[in-house]
Design a binder for this molecule. Sequence first.
Ligand SMILES: CC(C)(COP(=O)(O)OP(=O)(O)OC[C@H]1O[C@@H](n2cnc3c(N)ncnc32)[C@H](O)[C@@H]1OP(=O)(O)O)[C@@H](O)C(=O)NCCC(=O)NCCS
Length: 177
Amino acid sequence: MTVHLVRCSARRLAEQKRALVQLLVDVVADGASVGFLPPLPEEDAAAYWADVEAELAHGHRELLLAERDGLLVGTVQLELARKPNARHRAEVTKLMVHPEARRQGVGRLLLQEVEQLAKGHGRTLLYLDAREGDVAEQLYARHGYRRVGRIPDYVRDEHGKLEATVVYYRVLEAAPG
Ligand SMILES: CC(C)(COP(=O)(O)OP(=O)(O)OC[C@H]1O[C@@H](n2cnc3c(N)ncnc32)[C@H](O)[C@@H]1OP(=O)(O)O)[C@@H](O)C(=O)NCCC(=O)NCCS
């Protein structure tokens, strides 16, 4: 089935809020390290997406949706650095694909498209981090991201155990013109 990528406005986010809440709840329940611990209450997920909605409205962030058959199967965000000396860089965050839609190329598609969006904003340096050992590390490495190093004891898992994160970056060619 074809996957459609949609650049999501604040208005569209509001319309899609239920699906976004469910995606985040499901991904966290599956054990992903995306800033939350399971079980994630729907109210907390909704509050998170409300914050994203505000950031989209202010133009500080981009949100891409991946849809298949009209259903949301994944998302990724681009946080546009705002400091005057940092307008060439952006952080890739919250890349997540629904557990039932994985290993079908959706994550790779989102990563490719978010890079096009970054270029459109004149951002040529992307950076991100991933919990050490997560499959996301393999995706980033295969996609040309360079490993900077690891920070120990960076995140806690649901059992309270501290785990390391690994930092990556990728330099993009500037868009012509
Ligand atoms: C990481 C994630 C987004 C990948 O999404 P996906 O749609 O399954 O990824 P793709 O199908 O596009 O895979 C692209 C490549 O990534 C690597 N990869 C993805 N999942 C993998 C797995 N389970 N085991 C090994 N390699 C994997 C492979 O190199 C794969 O290429 P291949 O299928 O040709 O071998 C998804 O697993 C996810 O949502 N995880 C939970 C959230 C998370 O950890 N996000 C990252 C936050 S930093």
